[in-house]
Design a protein around this ligand. Structure first.
Ligand code: ASP
Length: 333
């Protein structure tokens, strides 16, 4: 009897182990006119190193049985702390020469979500988005109120000058020259040469739960309190265990109008399309109407993918049993 029970316990354990989904994480550090011609070997190496570091931080959490929400938070925090990307420390400048940051996070288990827009003094906006998701009854907070909530949550606050970098300041000067004849930015076609560099991550954990996180400084020379797609759930970020998780980067106005992240997952859910094919389709359609950018995606079977319609996208992934892959240019796609 005891032997039978033991055998039954073992086979139940084996079935449970078999039923577990493979863990994985995929992230991006922005898409745009990123080509070999405008990057030195040292810069290339620095990007690869930082992408790998972020993947390791996220993946090691998944490996230890941690949640996908924790994994994407950790990966995005690393990228926010690096001056290389347009999020956190490396955020672009607004027209008025300051920085306004946006971020969001979504938990695929229950479609809980948190987002912040236009924050100026929070070192890691992704941690604030997460606090909004977990510690408030709201989904999106903005500006001064979001900053007050950050302080109440005892998140690290910094002076806005913490986000200053010469590289981004030079980009602002170039952008201002380009838009000078028509100072109303909304009327000027977006020039991808002003650099995008939003960061984001999606992951699947041992329990098969999906999560997505996105963080950005927005677009260079933005003004009038402009908010992009990154904090807009369904546009720059989406996660639902029923379909997939997506984090986006690109020309936010298009990602909002075309609801890029949720459209990809809707195709997976209702048209039974693979997430990789859905992402490719949506990005191709976006290109047709003039929207530049890219996405990283994970579906609920643990398939990781990325898709972009620009010259390059900083990106990296690691799935269970696989090597870490990190790429920058389209040609290595
Ligand atoms: N999507 C971001 C925005 O429009 C910009 C980017 O991805 O670089 O704010």
């Amino acid at each position: 009897m005891k032997t039978l029970m033991f055998a039954a316990a073992i086979s139940t354990f084996a079935l449970t182990a078999l039923a577990k989904t493979p863990i994985g994480i995929v992230l991006h550090g922005g898409a745009g006119t990123i080509s070999r011609d405008n990057m030195t070997a040292a810069q290339e190496q620095a990007y690869h190193a930082m992408l790998a570091h972020a993947i390791h931080q996220g993946y090691s959490i998944l490996e230890r049985g941690g949640s996908s929400v924790d994994a994407v938070t950790a990966a995005v925090t690393v990228l926010e702390d690096s001056p290389l990307f347009n999020a956190g420390k490396g955020a672009v400048y607004t027209f008025d020469e300051s920085h306004e940051l946006d971020a969001s996070i979504m938990d695929g288990r229950n479609r809980n979500a948190g987002a912040v827009a236009g924050v100026t003094n929070v070192k890691n906006p992704i941690l604030l988005a997460r606090a909004v998701m977990e510690k408030s009854v709201h989904v999106m907070l903005s500006g001064k109120g979001a900053e007050q909530f950050a302080s109440e949550q005892q998140l690290e606050l910094v002076d806005n000058s913490y986000f200053n970098t010469q590289f981004r300041y030079d980009a602002l000067k170039r952008a201002k020259q380009a838009i000078a004849p028509q100072p109303h930015q909304a009327a000027v076609p977006y020039d991808p040469a002003w650099k995008m560099g939003t960061v984001g991550a999606v992951a699947i954990d041992r329990e098969g739960n999906l999560a997505a996180a996105t963080s950005t400084g927005g677009m260079t020379a933005k003004r009038y309190g402009r908010i992009g797609d990154a904090p807009v759930i369904g546009a720059g970020n989406f996660a639902d265990n029923a379909s997939c998780a997506v984090s986006a980067t690109g020309h936010g106005e298009y990602f909002i109008r075309y609801q890029v992240a949720s459209d990809i997952c809707a195709r997976v859910k209702y048209q039974k399309m693979s997430a990789a094919v859905a992402a490719k389709q949506v990005l191709a359609e976006l290109k047709q109407v003039g929207g530049d950018g890219g996405v990283v995606v994970v579906d609920n079977k643990g398939q990781l993918s990325w898709s972009f319609n620009t010259e390059g996208m900083y990106r990296a992934r690691k799935s269970e049993g696989g090597e870490l892959v990190s790429e920058i240019f389209a040609s290595s796609n």
